[in-house]
Ligand binder design. Structure first.
Ligand code: GAR
Length: 213
C-alpha cells in the first residue's frame, strides 16, 4: 500500500506541520505531505514546506468573490496533488461546505484546549484565564461547527500555579506535536471508526507467538 497523501492547511508558524513532516520522514507514519496551502502569504509554514521540497502555495482568499469560490480553488489544489486526508494545522478559518463535501470525514484539526471547553481563538489563554487545573489539546474531525467535530485524541496538560498563558501554551504545543502525528498514523492504518459523535481506535491484533508452539 502506498503512503497516505496529506494536504496541510496552515496560516502561520507551522510547528505542527513540521512535526507531521518529521514523523513522516522518520517513517513513524505511513504518510507523506503532498502539498501545503496557506491563506497567509507570509506564513512560515510555507517556508518549512519548501525547505523539505514539499509543494507549497498561497491562495489569497481576498481574490475570490465568495468563501465557496475560495474553497473550490483549495479543493482543486488538494485534488491535483492526490490528497486523501486534509490536516488543518493552525489554519485560522472556518471550513465551509465546499471543503467538507469534497473531503467527508477526511479533514482533521488540532485545537489547543480540551474540547468542548474553550473552542475558537486563543484556547490556551482562555483556559488559563478561567483558572482550570488541567488543559491540553485535541485532534478532531472537522464538521460544520467551530471545533465541534468528533474527537480522535486528547492529551492532558496540568496548569501550574506559576504558569502564564504563554508558558502553558508552550507545554500544550509539545503535546500537540505528539498527538497530531499519532492521529494521522491511526487514520493511515485504517484504524479509526466514527460512530455518531464518537471515534474509536481499533487495536492492532497482538502478535501470538505462543499459538504455533
Ligand atoms: C497551534 O497551537 C494550534 O493548536 C492552534 O494554532 C497553533 C498553530 O501553531 N490552532 C488553533 O487555535 C485553531 N483554532 P503552529 O502554526 O506552530 O502549528
Amino acid at each position: 500500500m502506498g503512503k497516505l497523501r496529506l494536504g496541510v492547511l496552515a496560516s502561520g508558524r507551522g510547528s505542527n506541520l513540521q512535526a507531521i513532516m518529521d514523523a513522516a520522514a522518520a517513517g513513524e507514519i505511513e504518510a507523506e505531505v503532498a502539498v501545503v496551502i496557506s491563506d497567509n502569504e507570509d506564513a512560515y509554514a510555507l517556508e518549512r514546506a519548501r525547505q523539505r521540497g514539499v509543494p507549497a502555495g498561497f491562495v489569497n482568499p481576498k481574490s475570490f468573490s465568495s468563501k465557496s469560490e475560495y474553497e473550490k480553488a483549495i479543493v482543486e489544489q488538494l485534488n491535483r496533488h492526490g490528497v486523501e486526508l486534509v490536516c488543518l494545522a493552525g489554519y485560522m478559518r472556518i471550513v465551509g461546505t465546499v471543503m467538507l463535501n469534497a473531503f467527508p470525514n477526511k479533514i482533521m484539526n488540532i485545537h489547543p484546549a480540551l474540547l468542548p471547553a474553550f473552542p475558537g481563538l486563543h484556547g490556551q489563554e482562555q483556559a488559563w484565564r478561567y483558572g482550570v487545573k488541567f488543559s491540553g489539546c485535541t485532534v478532531h474531525f472537522v464538521d460544520e461547527g467551530v471545533d465541534t467535530g468528533p474527537i480522535i485524541i486528547q492529551a492532558v496538560v496540568p496548569v501550574l500555579d506559576d504558569d502564564t498563558a504563554d508558558t502553558l501554551a508552550v507545554r500544550i504545543l509539545e503535546q500537540e506535536h505528539v498527538i497530531y502525528p499519532e492521529a494521522i498514523r491511526r487514520f493511515a492504518e485504517g484504524r479509526l471508526k466514527i460512530v455518531g459523535r464518537k471515534v474509536f481506535t481499533k487495536e492492532i491484533e497482538p502478535f501470538r507467538s505462543q499459538e504455533s508452539e
